[in-house]
Ligand binder design. Structure first.
Ligand code: UDP
Ligand code: MG
Length: 143
């Protein structure tokens, strides 16, 4: 299992608030290479499939409303120990509890609208990358 790639999504609040470039810059200056990137408006089915593990949680329907509320930017990022390193860069789910300097602490408004997704394990990163990009969706020179 490779551990040098993770799946991130700049969520609809990030795009809507005009923070796409700023957040991407933070990601790149931290040493992540962008291997693949797209802008899409998720359908409910696509968002529900992505967050299937949270289906029975009380926040699920608000989460799907939010994730389908506008375009988002899924991307594949590459760096040594990508999953752990990226989770450290974005901070905890609730921005109020996130460490100073993390992306969620800097930009997120609340626990739901928290700017960015990052995979939580190398196994899930592999699944999530395939969910958005397949293997062929990643440019050969970035592989
Ligand atoms: N979420 C929410 N309320 C909660 C927990 C999570 O709205 O109490 C949303 C939030 O957008 C979060 C996403 O559901 O990023 C997925 O939750 P998870 O626990 O996997 O957090 P993450 O891995 O994104 O930090
Ligand atoms: Mg998660």
């Amino acid at each position: 299992m490779r551990n040098d790639r993770t799946l991130s999504i700049l969520k609809p609040d990030c795009v809507r608030r005009g923070l796409t470039g700023e957040v991407l810059r933070k990601i790149e200056i931290t040493g992540f290479k962008v291997c693949a990137l797209q802008m899409i408006k998720l359908t409910r089915a696509h968002a529900e499939g992505f967050y299937e593990v949270h289906r029975d949680r009380p926040f699920f329907s608000d989460l799907i409303d939010f994730m389908t509320s506008g375009p988002c930017v899924p991307m594949v990022l590459e760096k040594k120990d990508a999953v752990e390193s990226f989770r450290k860069l974005i901070g905890t789910t609730d921005p109020a509890e996130a460490a100073k300097g993390t992306i969620r602490r800097l930009y997120a408004e609340n626990k739901g609208e928290n700017i960015v997704h990052g995979s939580d394990s190398p196994e899930n990163a592999q699944k999530e990358i395939a969910y958005f990009f397949g293997e062929s969706g990643i440019p050969a020179d970035a592989a």
